[in-house]
Design a binder for this molecule. Sequence first.
Ligand code: ZN
Length: 196
Amino acid sequence: MILPIIAYGDTVLRKVAEDIDKEYPKLDELVSNMWETMYNASGVGLAAPQIGLPIRLFLVDTTPFSDDEELTIDEQKQLDGFKQVFINAQIEEETGEEWAFNEGCLSIPDVREDVNRKDTIKITYLDENFKKHSKTIDGLLARVIQHEYDHIEGILFTDKLSALKKRMLKGRLTNISKGKITVDYRMKFPAMKKGR
Ligand SMILES: [Zn+2]
């Protein structure tokens, strides 16, 4: 089932999300709905707060990035078929040079800006079977994970822009929260809640 994606401005996107355990109700169904929602919106990642749940769960499938001709063969291989559920993730360490990448977000349609992040992360997480993993990841794959990880910490990529950029974007972000945009997937807008 395709779920509506929560738009910029909703408080659920600002919460530090909570860990879950194996008893979390209908987790399999939730994960399956999140994949469907992400693919329907042509995303490469989706975090639970973006569908209204403040829990530490996000999905990443970087396959669509893998045919970028500017990437090396090794980078293409790393991204092709990387499909992973991250539960209760913790980034232990971020190292390496900062580099800029033009990021977007399904909760902030049509806004794309260069964001600086460090190149390499060490991350610990559980997969959908609650098996623990600890990995060191770099490059574009790390970038996608860092973006999704920020969502479970209540952070959006627009927070990382300069004060000037933020000022320039303010009107567009307000319009998004009010639903004054055209978007080809289902969304829920915080400032459009029906009155009594
Ligand atoms: Zn996002």
